[in-house]
Ligand binder design. Sequence first.
Ligand code: GLY
Length: 388
Amino acid sequence: MTLSRVHVSLDGTRDYEVLVGHSLTDSVAQRVRAICPTAARAFIVVDAGLPRAASDHLTSALSSRQFATATITIRPSEADKSLETLERILVALAESKHERRDPVIALGGGIVGDVTGFAAATYRRGVPVVQCPTTLLSMVDASVGGKTGINLRTSDGSLKKNLVGAFHQPRLVVADVALLSSLPDRQIRAGLAECVKHTLLSGQFGDSSLLSWIESVAQAILARDPATLAELVSRNVAIKARVVAGDEREEAESAAGGRALLNLGHTFGHAIETLPDLSPTGNPADAPLHHGEAVALGTMAALHAATSLKLAPSALRDRVGTLFSRLSLPTNVRGLPSGERVLELMGHDKKVQGGVLRLVLPCDGGVCNVVENPDRAIVLAAIESIRA
Ligand code: GLY
């Protein structure tokens, strides 16, 4: 399989590449040595959910490139995306005598990538970080774009997701689709929800055929055909790279969209993701929703609102709903609280500014609009539309 490279264009001095391909561990070591020619050490933060062989292989590849390695393992749970985990990593970096020129490598899913990136942003005021995402979700979204951070538990006991963090762009991202072969189905589906979300804005970012392509290869994706997965990852990364290049720090005027467009499906999704009893299948044993499942439901609600506002034809909503169902992602859910309660939770979304609710709503042709203060009745109807 050929290696593909997606260039993330920033200001010319911090640009980096995302490599996408199969069995890339040796390439990681070779590229890290090229990026950090004088480094003596490499520090690897490993996702506890990964097979041991993956980190062993990376460690020996780095050793053969004259890196002394140190490794720490962290659990990939939201509760562990914490100040305590950050402190563990920082202390281990200090104890391994990690210097400013030495790279930190995140080998894991989005949680590991985010907390490792934040440790790299703050240790000695910033050391190089290399993201090696191991889940589909982190390959197509979290590992690219430099958002890093942790959750914060406040004194009322609630967990404020990603409240503390920094923008710290990686020096390199390597997405090795061989790692997806052992990923649980539910995690593949969670990543696919973000890919389908991307199809609704991809026309604005140079790939207007992404939706029809995913529809045509859905079976091959679910069968984990390596070449199809590699194309899926590189096309989605290319969209993310263009979004980030246009608005690195999410500062664009809301009418212009910018990086905030990636929030499509997330304002509804984040609200219901926090509800512990919701299950994607209706079986309580499957509760709570995974992030991607909440994004699929949130995207369906956004499509309903877009249809009500005549921004999108109802055929688009039906088409995306059919695709989610083919990918075994939920399009409705049992046990939603009242619409008013969901609306209140949406008001807690950290993207709400000055009490103004902003919804990213899809139009046709892979283009999205940001709608400020949408009519309350339309938002409530959109919530009802995903109630099973
Ligand atoms: N995951 C949304 C962003 O990177 O901006």
